[in-house]
Design a protein around this ligand. Structure first.
Ligand SMILES: [Zn+2]
Length: 322
Protein backbone atom coordinates (compact mmCIF):
# COMPACT_ATOMS: atom_id res chain seq x y z
CA UNK A 1 0.00 0.00 0.00
CA UNK A 2 1.42 3.38 -0.99
CA UNK A 3 1.76 5.77 1.91
CA UNK A 4 -0.76 8.16 0.40
CA UNK A 5 -3.59 5.62 0.06
CA UNK A 6 -6.71 6.34 2.14
CA UNK A 7 -6.86 4.32 5.35
CA UNK A 8 -9.66 3.70 7.86
CA UNK A 9 -7.92 4.24 11.19
CA UNK A 10 -10.86 3.13 13.33
CA UNK A 11 -14.39 2.39 12.11
CA UNK A 12 -15.69 5.64 10.64
CA UNK A 13 -12.49 7.69 10.78
CA UNK A 14 -10.67 7.87 7.44
CA UNK A 15 -7.33 9.48 6.68
CA UNK A 16 -5.21 10.33 3.66
CA UNK A 17 -1.70 11.78 3.59
CA UNK A 18 -0.48 14.41 1.16
CA UNK A 19 3.16 15.50 1.17
CA UNK A 20 3.24 19.31 1.25
CA UNK A 21 7.03 19.18 1.04
CA UNK A 22 9.76 16.66 1.83
CA UNK A 23 9.53 17.55 5.50
CA UNK A 24 5.88 18.56 5.98
CA UNK A 25 3.11 16.00 5.60
CA UNK A 26 -0.56 16.98 5.63
CA UNK A 27 -3.13 14.49 6.95
CA UNK A 28 -6.76 14.97 5.91
CA UNK A 29 -9.58 13.30 7.87
CA UNK A 30 -13.10 12.27 7.06
CA UNK A 31 -15.53 11.19 9.79
CA UNK A 32 -18.24 8.90 8.46
CA UNK A 33 -21.64 8.29 10.00
CA UNK A 34 -24.43 6.24 8.35
CA UNK A 35 -26.49 9.44 8.15
CA UNK A 36 -23.80 11.83 6.88
CA UNK A 37 -20.12 12.68 6.94
CA UNK A 38 -17.80 15.48 7.98
CA UNK A 39 -14.46 16.45 6.48
CA UNK A 40 -12.03 17.97 8.96
CA UNK A 41 -10.16 20.80 7.17
CA UNK A 42 -9.88 21.52 3.48
CA UNK A 43 -6.13 21.23 2.87
CA UNK A 44 -4.58 23.31 0.11
CA UNK A 45 -6.30 23.94 -3.24
CA UNK A 46 -4.13 21.05 -4.51
CA UNK A 47 -5.65 18.74 -1.87
CA UNK A 48 -8.95 18.42 -3.73
CA UNK A 49 -7.84 15.24 -5.55
CA UNK A 50 -6.71 13.68 -2.25
CA UNK A 51 -10.05 14.56 -0.66
CA UNK A 52 -11.92 13.01 -3.60
CA UNK A 53 -9.93 9.79 -3.17
CA UNK A 54 -10.59 9.83 0.55
CA UNK A 55 -14.33 10.21 0.00
CA UNK A 56 -14.37 7.50 -2.69
CA UNK A 57 -12.51 5.03 -0.44
CA UNK A 58 -14.92 5.73 2.43
CA UNK A 59 -17.94 5.39 0.15
CA UNK A 60 -18.99 8.99 0.77
CA UNK A 61 -20.79 10.63 -2.14
CA UNK A 62 -20.96 14.41 -2.57
CA UNK A 63 -24.50 14.41 -1.24
CA UNK A 64 -23.42 12.52 1.91
CA UNK A 65 -20.96 15.25 2.90
CA UNK A 66 -22.79 17.36 5.46
CA UNK A 67 -20.06 19.36 7.19
CA UNK A 68 -16.72 20.97 6.42
CA UNK A 69 -15.24 21.37 9.88
CA UNK A 70 -12.35 23.80 10.09
CA UNK A 71 -9.62 23.73 12.70
CA UNK A 72 -8.11 27.14 11.84
CA UNK A 73 -7.75 29.64 9.02
CA UNK A 74 -4.26 28.86 7.70
CA UNK A 75 -4.09 28.27 3.95
CA UNK A 76 -3.27 24.55 4.25
CA UNK A 77 -6.53 23.95 6.15
CA UNK A 78 -9.07 25.79 3.98
CA UNK A 79 -7.88 25.42 0.36
CA UNK A 80 -10.58 23.10 -1.06
CA UNK A 81 -13.49 24.44 1.02
CA UNK A 82 -14.93 26.76 -1.65
CA UNK A 83 -15.00 24.01 -4.29
CA UNK A 84 -16.44 21.39 -1.91
CA UNK A 85 -19.05 23.78 -0.52
CA UNK A 86 -20.27 24.69 -4.01
CA UNK A 87 -20.51 21.11 -5.28
CA UNK A 88 -22.05 19.58 -2.13
CA UNK A 89 -24.59 20.87 0.37
CA UNK A 90 -21.98 20.77 3.12
CA UNK A 91 -21.97 23.50 5.73
CA UNK A 92 -18.69 25.21 6.68
CA UNK A 93 -18.17 25.33 10.45
CA UNK A 94 -15.36 27.37 12.03
CA UNK A 95 -14.22 29.26 15.08
CA UNK A 96 -15.48 32.87 15.08
CA UNK A 97 -11.88 34.16 15.03
CA UNK A 98 -11.09 32.13 11.89
CA UNK A 99 -13.91 33.57 9.79
CA UNK A 100 -12.03 36.63 8.45
CA UNK A 101 -9.17 34.48 7.17
CA UNK A 102 -11.46 31.98 5.43
CA UNK A 103 -13.69 34.62 3.85
CA UNK A 104 -11.03 37.20 2.88
CA UNK A 105 -7.79 35.76 1.53
CA UNK A 106 -6.07 39.13 1.10
CA UNK A 107 -6.52 39.78 4.84
CA UNK A 108 -5.30 36.22 5.46
CA UNK A 109 -2.16 36.68 3.33
CA UNK A 110 -1.41 40.09 4.82
CA UNK A 111 -1.76 39.00 8.44
CA UNK A 112 -0.14 35.57 7.93
CA UNK A 113 2.88 36.35 5.76
CA UNK A 114 3.10 40.09 5.14
CA UNK A 115 2.58 41.31 8.70
CA UNK A 116 5.92 43.13 8.92
CA UNK A 117 6.72 44.42 5.42
CA UNK A 118 9.42 46.62 6.99
CA UNK A 119 11.34 43.44 7.91
CA UNK A 120 10.11 40.89 5.33
CA UNK A 121 9.15 42.78 2.18
CA UNK A 122 5.79 42.32 0.48
CA UNK A 123 7.59 41.29 -2.71
CA UNK A 124 6.25 39.87 -5.97
CA UNK A 125 8.49 36.83 -5.30
CA UNK A 126 6.90 36.10 -1.91
CA UNK A 127 3.39 36.61 -3.31
CA UNK A 128 4.20 34.35 -6.29
CA UNK A 129 5.48 31.65 -3.92
CA UNK A 130 2.34 31.77 -1.77
CA UNK A 131 -0.29 32.39 -4.47
CA UNK A 132 -0.75 28.74 -5.52
CA UNK A 133 -1.33 27.73 -1.90
CA UNK A 134 -4.28 30.09 -1.54
CA UNK A 135 -7.54 28.90 -3.09
CA UNK A 136 -10.79 30.80 -3.38
CA UNK A 137 -12.42 32.52 -0.40
CA UNK A 138 -15.25 30.55 1.14
CA UNK A 139 -18.23 31.71 3.23
CA UNK A 140 -18.40 30.31 6.75
CA UNK A 141 -21.96 29.13 7.42
CA UNK A 142 -21.80 28.42 11.14
CA UNK A 143 -19.46 29.51 13.90
CA UNK A 144 -19.04 27.34 16.94
CA UNK A 145 -17.37 27.87 20.28
CA UNK A 146 -15.96 25.62 22.96
CA UNK A 147 -18.30 22.78 23.92
CA UNK A 148 -20.53 23.16 20.85
CA UNK A 149 -21.48 19.92 19.11
CA UNK A 150 -21.95 18.82 15.51
CA UNK A 151 -24.26 15.82 15.01
CA UNK A 152 -23.93 13.83 11.81
CA UNK A 153 -27.39 12.26 12.24
CA UNK A 154 -26.43 8.85 13.59
CA UNK A 155 -24.14 7.88 16.46
CA UNK A 156 -21.33 10.28 15.57
CA UNK A 157 -21.20 13.51 17.56
CA UNK A 158 -18.23 15.85 17.24
CA UNK A 159 -17.57 18.19 20.13
CA UNK A 160 -15.65 21.43 19.50
CA UNK A 161 -12.68 22.26 21.72
CA UNK A 162 -11.32 25.79 21.55
CA UNK A 163 -7.53 25.54 21.48
CA UNK A 164 -5.82 28.93 21.12
CA UNK A 165 -2.03 29.18 20.82
CA UNK A 166 -0.85 28.39 17.31
CA UNK A 167 -3.37 31.06 16.29
CA UNK A 168 -6.15 32.75 18.25
CA UNK A 169 -9.06 30.88 16.68
CA UNK A 170 -8.39 27.14 16.56
CA UNK A 171 -10.74 24.25 17.20
CA UNK A 172 -10.08 20.60 17.89
CA UNK A 173 -12.80 17.99 17.51
CA UNK A 174 -13.54 15.17 19.93
CA UNK A 175 -15.52 12.26 18.49
CA UNK A 176 -16.87 10.50 21.54
CA UNK A 177 -18.26 7.28 20.02
CA UNK A 178 -14.77 6.18 18.89
CA UNK A 179 -12.91 8.31 21.47
CA UNK A 180 -10.96 9.99 18.69
CA UNK A 181 -9.42 13.43 18.93
CA UNK A 182 -8.99 15.29 15.63
CA UNK A 183 -6.57 18.22 15.72
CA UNK A 184 -5.18 20.88 13.41
CA UNK A 185 -1.91 22.62 14.27
CA UNK A 186 -2.25 23.21 18.02
CA UNK A 187 0.44 20.53 18.40
CA UNK A 188 2.92 22.42 16.25
CA UNK A 189 5.71 20.96 14.17
CA UNK A 190 8.98 21.13 16.10
CA UNK A 191 11.66 19.92 13.70
CA UNK A 192 11.08 21.56 10.33
CA UNK A 193 13.68 23.78 8.62
CA UNK A 194 11.42 26.76 9.37
CA UNK A 195 9.48 27.61 12.51
CA UNK A 196 5.91 26.31 12.26
CA UNK A 197 5.10 29.27 14.49
CA UNK A 198 2.67 30.20 17.23
CA UNK A 199 1.12 33.55 18.02
CA UNK A 200 0.07 33.08 21.67
CA UNK A 201 2.77 31.22 23.65
CA UNK A 202 0.99 31.34 27.03
CA UNK A 203 -2.28 30.15 25.56
CA UNK A 204 -0.43 27.44 23.62
CA UNK A 205 0.95 26.11 26.90
CA UNK A 206 -2.59 26.16 28.32
CA UNK A 207 -4.03 24.32 25.31
CA UNK A 208 -1.32 21.62 25.47
CA UNK A 209 -2.06 21.22 29.17
CA UNK A 210 -5.77 20.93 28.44
CA UNK A 211 -5.13 18.29 25.75
CA UNK A 212 -3.06 16.25 28.19
CA UNK A 213 -5.85 16.33 30.80
CA UNK A 214 -8.53 15.59 28.22
CA UNK A 215 -6.61 12.61 26.80
CA UNK A 216 -6.38 11.10 30.25
CA UNK A 217 -9.83 12.05 31.59
CA UNK A 218 -11.87 11.23 28.48
CA UNK A 219 -10.05 7.97 27.75
CA UNK A 220 -9.01 9.12 24.27
CA UNK A 221 -7.93 6.12 22.15
CA UNK A 222 -6.74 7.74 18.92
CA UNK A 223 -5.36 11.18 18.10
CA UNK A 224 -5.38 12.44 14.51
CA UNK A 225 -3.22 15.46 13.72
CA UNK A 226 -2.78 17.60 10.61
CA UNK A 227 1.02 17.41 10.40
CA UNK A 228 1.91 14.31 12.43
CA UNK A 229 0.98 10.66 11.91
CA UNK A 230 -1.99 9.54 14.01
CA UNK A 231 -1.11 8.00 17.35
CA UNK A 232 -2.31 6.30 20.50
CA UNK A 233 -3.02 8.26 23.67
CA UNK A 234 0.34 7.22 25.18
CA UNK A 235 2.22 8.31 22.06
CA UNK A 236 0.28 11.55 22.01
CA UNK A 237 1.20 12.34 25.62
CA UNK A 238 4.87 11.88 24.66
CA UNK A 239 4.41 14.24 21.72
CA UNK A 240 2.86 16.85 24.03
CA UNK A 241 5.95 16.65 26.25
CA UNK A 242 8.18 17.10 23.18
CA UNK A 243 6.25 20.20 22.07
CA UNK A 244 6.31 21.66 25.59
CA UNK A 245 10.10 21.19 25.65
CA UNK A 246 10.38 22.88 22.25
CA UNK A 247 8.28 25.78 23.52
CA UNK A 248 10.62 26.20 26.50
CA UNK A 249 13.59 26.12 24.14
CA UNK A 250 12.09 28.88 21.96
CA UNK A 251 11.28 30.96 25.06
CA UNK A 252 14.82 30.56 26.43
CA UNK A 253 16.40 31.39 23.08
CA UNK A 254 14.31 34.51 22.43
CA UNK A 255 14.74 35.85 25.96
CA UNK A 256 18.38 34.76 26.03
CA UNK A 257 19.02 37.25 23.22
CA UNK A 258 18.15 40.12 25.56
CA UNK A 259 20.35 41.99 28.02
CA UNK A 260 20.81 45.66 29.01
CA UNK A 261 21.54 46.76 25.44
CA UNK A 262 18.35 47.41 23.48
CA UNK A 263 17.86 44.73 20.81
CA UNK A 264 15.45 45.10 17.93
CA UNK A 265 12.79 42.57 17.02
CA UNK A 266 14.69 41.82 13.79
CA UNK A 267 17.92 41.18 15.71
CA UNK A 268 16.22 38.83 18.18
CA UNK A 269 14.45 37.03 15.32
CA UNK A 270 17.74 36.52 13.41
CA UNK A 271 19.47 35.37 16.60
CA UNK A 272 16.66 32.87 17.33
CA UNK A 273 16.75 31.46 13.78
CA UNK A 274 20.55 31.12 13.90
CA UNK A 275 20.61 29.55 17.38
CA UNK A 276 17.92 26.99 16.59
CA UNK A 277 19.00 26.40 12.98
CA UNK A 278 15.86 27.63 11.24
CA UNK A 279 15.36 29.57 8.02
CA UNK A 280 14.47 33.26 8.48
CA UNK A 281 10.83 33.33 7.51
CA UNK A 282 7.58 35.17 8.27
CA UNK A 283 6.15 32.50 10.61
CA UNK A 284 9.23 32.64 12.83
CA UNK A 285 9.13 36.43 12.85
CA UNK A 286 5.54 36.47 14.13
CA UNK A 287 6.46 33.84 16.74
CA UNK A 288 9.47 35.79 18.05
CA UNK A 289 7.38 38.96 18.23
CA UNK A 290 4.78 37.04 20.26
CA UNK A 291 7.42 35.74 22.67
CA UNK A 292 8.83 39.25 23.18
CA UNK A 293 5.32 40.52 23.91
CA UNK A 294 4.90 37.68 26.42
CA UNK A 295 8.24 38.48 28.08
CA UNK A 296 7.17 42.13 28.48
CA UNK A 297 3.75 41.16 29.86
CA UNK A 298 5.40 38.79 32.36
CA UNK A 299 7.88 41.46 33.53
CA UNK A 300 10.94 39.66 32.15
CA UNK A 301 11.63 42.29 29.47
CA UNK A 302 10.81 45.91 28.78
CA UNK A 303 9.99 47.59 25.51
CA UNK A 304 12.23 50.69 25.40
CA UNK A 305 11.34 51.99 21.95
CA UNK A 306 9.59 50.89 18.78
CA UNK A 307 10.53 47.20 18.45
CA UNK A 308 13.37 47.62 20.98
CA UNK A 309 13.67 45.36 24.01
CA UNK A 310 15.88 44.96 27.08
CA UNK A 311 15.89 42.18 29.66
CA UNK A 312 14.59 42.85 33.17
CA UNK A 313 15.72 41.20 36.38
CA UNK A 314 13.06 39.75 38.64
CA UNK A 315 13.14 43.01 40.68
CA UNK A 316 12.17 44.97 37.56
CA UNK A 317 15.65 46.47 37.01
CA UNK A 318 17.38 46.25 33.66
CA UNK A 319 19.60 43.19 33.63
CA UNK A 320 23.21 44.33 33.16
CA UNK A 321 24.79 41.05 32.30
CA UNK A 322 23.73 37.54 31.75
ZN1 LIG B 1 -1.07 23.51 9.00
Amino acid sequence: MACDDPVELVPGVWQIRQELSEEVPLYLHLVVDPEGSALVDGGLPSSLGWIERLMAAAGVRDRDLRFLLNTHGHHDHIGAFAELRSRTSAVVVADPAAVRWIEDLEVNLREFALHRPDIIADSPELRAELAPTFGRPCPVDVTITDGGTVRLGGPVVLEALRLPGHVEGELGWLERSSRTLLLGDIVTGTSWSFFHGHLLPTQLRGSLHRLRALTLNEDVRLVCLAHYASRTAAEFLELLTEVERYLDQVTDTVEGALDATPRSLAEVWRHTCAQLGRVEEFRGLAMVQAHLREAVAAGRARCVGPDLYVALRSDGQVRLQR
